[in-house]
Design a protein around this ligand. Structure first.
Ligand SMILES: C[S@@+](CC[C@H](N)C(=O)[O-])C[C@H]1O[C@@H](n2cnc3c(N)ncnc32)[C@H](O)[C@@H]1O
Length: 364
C-alpha cells in the first residue's frame, strides 16, 4: 500500500460519522434499542389489557404498565431523537401535501389525536389545530379519548383529522379500525385524515402490506390522495368519499358504517410469512364487528341475541369442531336465527341487503 493510500485509509477510519461521531453512534444505537424495547413492552401490555376479561388480571397488567413509567414514559420513549415538547416531525409532510391539494391561501381546522404537547402544527399559521391526548403534556392540549370527544355540529367539523402514530398505539385491534370510521364524524364533507404508522406496520407485518392497507382505507370510505414512506414512517393523506344515501342507524357508529363502509370483510390472514415479522393488523372490518353492526341495527329486542365467544372458553375449539360437523362451516361468526343456521358474516350481510333478514327476525 502506498503512503498516500495509507494516509487516506487512516483518515477514513478516524472521521466521525455524522454529527454524533463513530463511537457515540454505537452508544446512541443502544439507547434507541432501549427505547424500542420499552415501546414494544408498552404496546404488548396495551394489547393484553385490551383482551383481558378478568378484572384482577387486568389490574395486575395495568400496575405493570404503571411500574414501567406508564404513558408518560411511553411518550418520552416514542419520541426518540426528538423531544416530546418539540414534536412536529410527521406534521411537516402533512402540511406540505395539504398545501399541494388545497387551493392557495386556504386556512384549515385540524383535529390532532394523540397531540401530546400540542406543538406539531404550531409553525403553520394557516392551520388552526385542536389537540387531544389521553395524557396531555401541555395545558392547551385537551385531556380526552378520541372516542369521547364530542361530535361537532356540521358547521364546526374539521377539515383534517390527524391520526399520527395513534392507530398502532391502540391495543384493541377492533378499536383501531373503529378509529378510522369514527373520524368520519368529525370531518366536513370530503375532509381529510392524515394517517401515520411506523413503516414496519406495513412492510414487516405478517398480516399487512401497503396494498392491503389501501384496500382497508378504501373500504372504510376514503380515497388515498397521497402516500409516501420515510425511513421510519408510512404516511397517508386520505380523503372522505361522498357518503351513500341511507337511513340513519341505531348508533352514530352504525350510521357511519352504513354511509361509508363498502361491505368488504377483511379476515386476519397471513400475507407475508416469517416468524420475525410483527403482527400489526387494524381489525377494521373484522367479520365479528360487521356482524355485530348488522345485528345492532336490527329492530329487535337485544336480550334475544345470544353471543358465545369461543376464544374465551376452554371448550371453544370443541364447540367450533362440533359446529363444523353440523353446519360445514368452520369459521366464526357462525350465526343461527331461531335455531336455524344462517351462515357467516357474508350470509348475514346478503340477507340484510335482500330484506330476508328483517323477515327472519320479525317473529322473534
Ligand atoms: C406515539 S404517540 C404519537 C404522538 C404524535 N401524534 C406523533 O405523531 O409523534 C401516541 C399518542 O396517542 C395518544 N392516544 C392514543 N389513543 C388515543 C385516543 N383514543 N384518544 C386520544 N389520544 C390517544 C397517546 O396518549 C399517545 O400520546
Amino acid at each position: 500500500m502506498s503512503e498516500v493510500e495509507k494516509v487516506r485509509k487512516r483518515k477514513k477510519l478516524i472521521r466521525p460519522r455524522g454529527k454524533r461521531g463513530g463511537i457515540k453512534h454505537s452508544k446512541s444505537k443502544n439507547q434507541s434499542n432501549k427505547h424500542a424495547l420499552a415501546i414494544a413492552k408498552y404496546h404488548a401490555l396495551e394489547k393484553k389489557i385490551a383482551r383481558c376479561t378478568d378484572e384482577a388480571e387486568r389490574a395486575t397488567l395495568i400496575a405493570e404498565q404503571q411500574e414501567s413509567g406508564g404513558l408518560t414514559n411511553y411518550q418520552d420513549q416514542s419520541t426518540t431523537g426528538g423531544s416530546v415538547i418539540r414534536g412536529g416531525e410527521s406534521a411537516k409532510w402533512c402540511a406540505q401535501v395539504l398545501k399541494e391539494v388545497l387551493p392557495a391561501e386556504t386556512k384549515i381546522r385540524l383535529l390532532d389525536i394523540g397531540g401530546i404537547a400540542g406543538t406539531a402544527y404550531e409553525k403553520y399559521d394557516w392551520i388552526e389545530a385542536t389537540y387531544l391526548d389521553l395524557n396531555p403534556r401541555a395545558p392547551h392540549v385537551h385531556l380526552s379519548d378520541f372516542f369521547d370527544w364530542p361530535i361537532p355540529s356540521a358547521a364546526e367539523r374539521y377539515d383534517v383529522v390527524g391520526l399520527s402514530l395513534v392507530l398502532n398505539f391502540v391495543g384493541d385491534l377492533a378499536k383501531r379500525g373503529e378509529m378510522l370510521l369514527h373520524a368520519h364524524q368529525y370531518l366536513r364533507p370530503r375532509g381529510y385524515v392524515y394517517l401515520v404508522l411506523p413503516l414496519a406496520c406495513v412492510n414487516n407485518s405478517r398480516y399487512m402490506t401497503h396494498d392491503h392497507l389501501r384496500a382497508i382505507i378504501e373500504s372504510a370510505g376514503y380515497d388515498v390522495v397521497r402516500q409516501d414512506d420515510s425511513a421510519r414512517l408510512t404516511r397517508w393523506l386520505i380523503q372522505q368519499r361522498k357518503p351513500k344515501r341511507t337511513k340513519s342507524g341505531n348508533s352514530p357508529l352504525d350510521t357511519v358504517r352504513r354511509k361509508y363502509y363498502d361491505g368488504t370483510v377483511f379476515k386476519k390472514q397471513e400475507l407475508l410469512a416469517g416468524a420475525q415479522r410483527n403482527n400489526f393488523f387494524p381489525d377494521i372490518m373484522a367479520a365479528k364487528q360487521v356482524a355485530e353492526g348488522v345485528i345492532s341495527s336490527l329492530n329487535i329486542d337485544k336480550s334475544k341475541v345470544g353471543v358465545m365467544e369461543l376464544d374465551e372458553r376452554n371448550d371453544g375449539s370443541d364447540i367450533q369442531g362440533y359446529l363444523k360437523e353440523k353446519t360445514s362451516q368452520g369459521t366464526v361468526p357462525n350465526i343461527f336465527i331461531s335455531g336455524k343456521h344462517l351462515g357467516g358474516c357474508d350470509s348475514l350481510m346478503s340477507a340484510q341487503s335482500s330484506g330476508e333478514l328483517d323477515k327472519l327476525v320479525a317473529s322473534l
